[in-house]
Design a protein around this ligand. Structure first.
Ligand code: MN
Length: 238
């Protein structure tokens, strides 16, 4: 059976006559290349609708996008917080809590790793540049190529991530102005940037629960980055 991978979507043009649910094609291609079939999950589902959908899926991909509402993690409001969508926050937090509890395979990217952390009780920097004085530049957007390799990461040996990437040191893109401040209980840090910022987390005793702060979907020409999607699809087919 070909695994069905649910992919979360963002909503755009909410104030216009044609509100739209959308996802970057790069995620879809990465899942298709890995042998899965992507299924877009609307950000407007009720809990019972979401449960009905998830029960037919084999894995989940939480995508990037705007910021979580800082109120969800008692975060410091900041003028740079953008594109907050309370319904999307609720849908994604519920999906993660269910997937963690049920041992359902999932991969979280960028905003996704932040949802992963907040859903389990962790906190975020609402703006790294103004709240972490020793930080590198992580917000290489807009105006930079999506695949620009901005900084290295140190990957923890013996983590799921190091097994997938086959490396403990690699370069990644960096398209985020927020990041994990306090990791939730139960989350293991599996990669950090040179400034100490968390770049990946995982739950070791879960079938597949992994979050990365960078955007591997823009880097799938690099074999280790495509491997992240292949590993998700493989876990979803088991
Ligand atoms: Mn980064």
């Amino acid at each position: 059976m070909i695994p069905l991978i649910g992919i979360t979507t963002k909503r755009t043009d909410l104030q216009s006559i044609m509100p739209t649910h959308a996802v970057s094609e790069a995620y879809l291609r990465a899942i298709q290349r890995a042998g899965g079939v992507p299924v877009m999950i609307p950000a407007s589902l009720s809990i019972s609708q979401m449960n009905a959908l998830v029960s037919r899926l084999d894995g989940l991909l939480l995508t990037g996008g705007g910021d979580l509402d800082p109120a969800l993690f008692n975060g410091t409001p900041h003028p740079s917080v953008y594109d907050v969508d309370a319904e999307r926050d609720n849908v994604e937090i519920h999906l993660i809590q269910q997937a963690v509890q049920a041992g359902f395979p999932f991969l979280c990217i960028c905003r996704g790793i932040q949802v992963f952390n907040v859903a389990l009780g962790g906190t975020l920097y609402t703006d790294i540049g103004s709240q972490k004085p020793d930080a590198l530049k992580h917000d290489w957007f807009p105006g930079h190529p999506r695949d620009y390799l901005a900084h290295t990461i140190n990957v923890k040996p013996n983590s799921r991530l190091s097994a997938i990437l086959q490396s403990t040191n690699t370069e990644v893109n960096s398209l985020h102005h927020q990041g994990i401040h306090t990791p939730a209980d139960g989350l293991h840090i599996s990669a950090t940037a040179p400034d100490g910022l968390v770049e990946a987390v995982e739950i070791p005793d879960h079938p597949f629960a992994l979050g990365v702060q960078w955007h591997p979907e823009w880097l799938i020409k690099l074999e280790p980055m495509q491997s992240l999607f292949s590993a998700l699809v493989r876990a979803a087919s088991e």
